[in-house]
Design a protein around this ligand. Structure first.
Ligand code: SF4
Ligand code: SF4
Length: 295
């Protein structure tokens, strides 16, 4: 059987690296493998998709995975995001692996034919690594439930994270993170069946021209696309310290800083994506962060 895994994350969480770690781990365990991301408008916080296939037989499929056996969701805010649509095409009998603190029971709306595995990966990453980077943890979760050998996984974590330039200390912390997640889970039997693709079609608000090129026809539509649900961290302004110097306004990449009617700088939480550049740049350290969801 070919196991098809689709990773859904946000820019900066490590979806692409997770797909590489899993592919490398499967290869170390003797599988044929493929791994690749969708490249596009890379942007911190934006939905990112990456894929891994592995099989004991040679893999002849190519291209994006539209019908995964496992959908690995690194941010539960993506579940309701129709542009990410992380469970689209998830096969009957498949598994949804979700980073969440909220879910109880099934996390796949309207689907009792798939299994759910819920983990607080962000909480564990913050404790182990000090930052919400989830590549090693989510790859470990998928490796474990699909039966990949632990040593094969940990070797892959080291190889891939060294390859992207992480320090030896950070690589070792990620090895600990992966080993902990691996130890929490057990293999799951994957007996999957493809869905009728028509059941899963999602209408997209685009127009296909006669030449076959999709066109966005509504001007100034970026204001409609709120990015507030991309946040892992929420910035908070301490108005006792803030002098309204407007440095945060100048540095915010989303134009999510505004001036309120009282003349004070304000955060537009509908569009703040939680990059925390404002906190880093504030000369008076008047901005702090809290974990979104209050953990
Ligand atoms: S950079 Fe800091 S001090 Fe300046 S306006 Fe923003 S929060 Fe206030
Ligand atoms: S965290 Fe700060 S800099 Fe980043 S989008 Fe929000 S307001 Fe702007």
């Amino acid at each position: 059987m070919t196991v098809r895994v689709r990773f859904h994350g946000r820019g900066g969480q490590g979806a692409k690296t997770a797909s590489r770690i899993l592919g490398n781990a499967a290869f170390n365990d003797g599988y044929f493998t493929q791994d690749f991301p969708i490249y596009g408008a890379e942007r911190r916080g934006a939905p990112v998709t990456a894929f891994t296939r592995f099989s004991r037989e040679e893999i002849t499929e190519r291209g994006f995975i539209f019908s995964p056996d496992i959908s690995a969701v690194m941010d539960d805010s993506l579940i309701a995001d129709t542009l990410a649509n992380p469970f689209s095409g998830l096969r009957r009998g498949g598994v949804a692996v979700v980073n969440t603190t909220k879910a109880k029971g099934s996390v796949v709306p309207g689907r009792d034919d798939v299994k759910s595995v819920c983990l607080d990966l962000t909480g564990q990453a913050l404790k182990t690594l000090g930052k919400p980077v989830l590549s090693a943890g989510i790859a470990a979760a998928v490796a474990r439930i699909s039966g990949i050998n632990k040593e094969a996984l940990l070797t892959a974590v080291v190889d891939e994270l060294k390859d992207i330039g992480l320090s030896a200390e950070m690589v070792q912390k990620n090895v600990g993170f992966a080993a902990a997640i691996y130890g929490e889970l057990s293999p799951l039997e994957l007996k999957t069946e493809e869905l009728d693709a028509r059941e899963e079609l999602v209408p997209l608000a685009v127009v296909v021209s006669e030449g076959g090129i999709e066109a966005v026809t509504q001007a100034g539509n970026s204001a409609i696309r709120h990015t507030g649900n991309w946040r892992t961290f929420r910035p908070n302004i301490d108005y006792e310290k803030c002098t309204d110097c407007m440095m945060c306004y100048a540095y915010c990449p989303e134009s999510a800083m505004a001036v309120g009617p009282d003349g004070r700088v304000k955060i537009d939480y509908d569009n703040c994506k939680g990059c925390m550049i404002c906190m880093v740049e504030c000369p008076l350290k008047a901005i702090s962060q809290t974990l979104e969801g209050g953990a």
